[in-house]
Each structure stands twice: as C-alpha cells, then as structure tokens.
Design a protein around this ligand. Structure first.
Ligand SMILES: *Cc1c(COP(=O)(O)O)cnc(C)c1O
Length: 381
C-alpha cells in the first residue's frame, strides 16, 4: 500500500487505515498487494449479501445497459416494485427514496414535523442518525455536534429509559426517534419495555414513533426489520446501508397513518430510487428476505456471542442476530481493531475505546465465524 497513504487530496474526515482494497467476493476482500482478508464489518453493515453478490451484480449490469436515470418526475418499474416490496414487508404505508441513511432520517424529520405542524423531536443519548444538519441535531453527541453549532432547534435528548422518554413526550412532541439497537455507540439494545413506553407515550399525545433501522434493517438482527422482534410497531422506519447491496440507497417507509402527510412539492431529491440502485435493492431483497437465511442469522449470532464471551479480556458481549459487539477491559479496542486488520487480516471496527463491533455479511458460515473468533483470540491472549 503506497499511493493512498500519500494522497493528500482527501479531506481528513476519516482516520483511514493504510490498506487499499481492490476486490471482494462473499466474505472476502483482497488488497492491492494480494493479501486476503475476512470481512467482519461489511462496510458498516452495507455488504450484508456479501461482496459482489452474483445476483446483485447481474441486476446492476442488466439495468445499467437499459436505463440509468430519468429522475423523480416519472415512474420506473424497479422504483415502484421496490416501494411495494419495502412497504409490504414492513409498515404498509408509503415510501420516500433517498441516497443515504442521513437523508432518510431528514425525510422522516420533515414528515413528522409537517404531520404535527411543528413540535419537538425526542431522541436518545447514545443514538446516531447521520451527519447532515437534521440528522446531526438528532445525534446528541458533544464531539459530533459542538463544532457545527448552531444546530436545528427543537430536539430534546433523554436517556433511553422508559421513564425518561415518557417524561419527555407531551402535547408539543412531534415524534420520538430511536434506534432499536444503537449501533454506532457500540451495539446497545433498547429493552422492549423502553420501546413500549415510547409507543404508549406517542399514542397518548398524538406523536409519531420513528425507528431508525438504517443499521439494524434488512435482516441484520435475524428478522428483516429489527422492530419485528420487539413487539412494538413504529409509525415509520428509515433504512439504507444494506438495502442497495453496496450501492447508495435509503428509504423512509411509513405506516398508513403517515402515508398522506407529504404532498407534491413538500420534499424531493434528484437521484433517489433510480433504476440501477432500485434494481440492485430488489436483488438484495431476493437474497435477504428469506426465512431460512434469517433463521441462520439468529442461530449464528447466538453461536458467535457464546464463543466471543470465552475470549480472554472480554468483559461483556452484546447483540442480536449478526449485529454484535464485545467490550474489552482497558482502552485497547482501537489497537485490537488495527492489529486484527494488519496482522490477522480480519476486518472489524472499534466503536469506542473499549468496544469491538462485528457486522459480518449475513451469508457468513459457521466455520468463518469460528475463524474470525480464533483470529481475535490470537490477538487477545
Ligand atoms: C449509518 C447510520 C446512519 C447514517 O447513514 P449514512 O448513509 O451514513 O448517512 C443513520 N442511522 C444509523 C442508525 C446508522 O447506523
């Protein structure tokens, strides 16, 4: 790896590792020196079907040769089929397509404000919703927000507990926006009791409950949507990351109650839901919306958590399905993630000083899971 290290034309928003990847297939990546890596990050839960899944690549190739773009003043078949598939697999209302998770959340924030003609938005400490201004304002982390003040007004951050959320919701609340499992802050599961309290408080005051499923969606937790395992049904979800199989696409999906809030002219964007990304996403649905695969995600997740708990230095293991993290005593997680990449050729990520997160492709095998745990074990012992 030489060229990327000396490329000074990227703004330094990421502390990149000195590795340049060239090729991927399934759970494997290869760098420009020919080294093979086992990918347990999936580009942060994007490549859930694995790298270059043949059905996704074929769908992209086929659509790219027919039509790349017409914009949102017209219909295309991939767009309408994907909207149907998203709505019918979840809340049954309407879909607004975006290019990213942050933009899907922007759409959700505008929607809930319009529905309530204003109002506060209650969010949780530890939550992450993206880097654009609305999404950033919904992400109560000092380090991410402070340099960019003033933020969008009307956000209220509380601890993700039943009492705190119930206490924050009132007549002036437009929505509560939550991740069912907080991904970026280290895979923290919100208890069903907390989600149920949010649901009840929203119902009592006419506010909307929005779940950000950008990271948890598309099968990551062992059901197509993470909310399916919680007993709580939100009024809208947002999705992105794994939806396009590696191409950029996101979506806001509403239930019936919020399906008529937006009128022509209220919101828009040039690219979203284009035929190529929509064709890719339909192929992703064919792979991931599969009960056998989802059952295996749940089963492999249990196996992974049991094995991770036995590693030396591991104090806590958290997760659901194949969205998992473990804590290490001391602040060594960033160093372990770096050495996993450079010494063990295992791609994982540290979400903080003490936490390693594992987000393998959902097509991972039990042998590959064991292999990854063994590589981590070699570093930790
Ligand atoms: C990644 C993420 C986002 C932001 O998505 P982008 O595509 O990076 O804008 C929002 N919410 C959650 C829960 C995420 O994990």
């Amino acid at each position: 790896m030489t060229r990327t290290q000396t490329d000074h034309h990227l703004l330094p928003t990421y502390a990149r590792f000195p590795v340049a990847f060239e090729r991927g297939s399934g759970t494997r990546l290869w760098d420009d020196e020919g080294h093979e890596y086992l990918d347990f990050l999936s580009g942060i839960s994007v490549s859930s079907v694995g790298h270059c899944h043949p059905q996704v690549v074929e769908a992209i190739r086929d659509q790219a040769g027919r039509l790349l773009h017409v914009g949102n003043l017209y219909y295309t078949e991939p767009m309408t089929r994907l909207a149907d598939r998203l709505a019918e697999s979840s809340l049954g209302g309407g879909v607004f397509f975006t290019n990213s998770g942050a933009e899907a959340n922007e759409a959700a924030l505008k929607l809930v404000r319009k529905a309530r003609q204003g109002g506060d938005i209650v969010v949780a400490h530890g939550g992450f919703h993206g880097r654009t201004y609305g999404a950033l304002s919904a992400t109560p982390q000092e380090a991410k927000q402070a340099p960019f003040a003033p933020l969008v007004p009307g956000f209220r951050a509380v601890e993700p507990t039943a009492d705190a959320i119930a206490g924050a919701v009132g007549a002036g609340t437009a929505a509560v926006v939550l991740e069912v499992i907080q991904g970026e802050s280290g895979v923290h599961i919100l208890d069903d009791e907390v989600l149920g309290a949010a649901r009840a408080a929203c119902d009592a005051h006419g506010a909307a409950l929005v779940f950000d499923e950008v990271q948890t969606g598309m099968g990551r937790t062992g059901t197509l949507w993470a909310y399916e395992q919680t007993g709580v049904v939100p009024d809208a979800i947002t999705t992105a990351k794994a939806l396009g199989g590696g191409l950029p696409i996101g979506a806001l999906v509403t239930g019936e109650r919020l399906a008529d809030v937006f009128a022509p002219g209220d919101h828009g964007s040039t690219f979203p839901g284009g035929p190529v990304v929509a064709a890719a996403a339909l192929a992703v649905f064919d792979v991931l919306d599969d009960e056998e695969l989802l059952a295996r995600v749940r089963e492999l997740g249990e196996h992974a958590r049991a094995r991770l708990a036995e590693l030396p230095g591991v104090t806590v293991v958290r997760g659901r399905g194949l969205m998992n993290a473990f804590d290490l005593a001391g602040g060594s997680a960033p160093d372990i993630a770096r050495r996993a990449l450079l010494e063990q050729r295992l791609v994982v990520n540290a979400t903080g000083p003490a936490t390693i997160r594992l987000l393998p492709p959902l097509i991972v095998t039990r042998e590959e899971l064991d292999d990854a745990v063994d590589r981590l074990g070699a570093l930790l012992s």
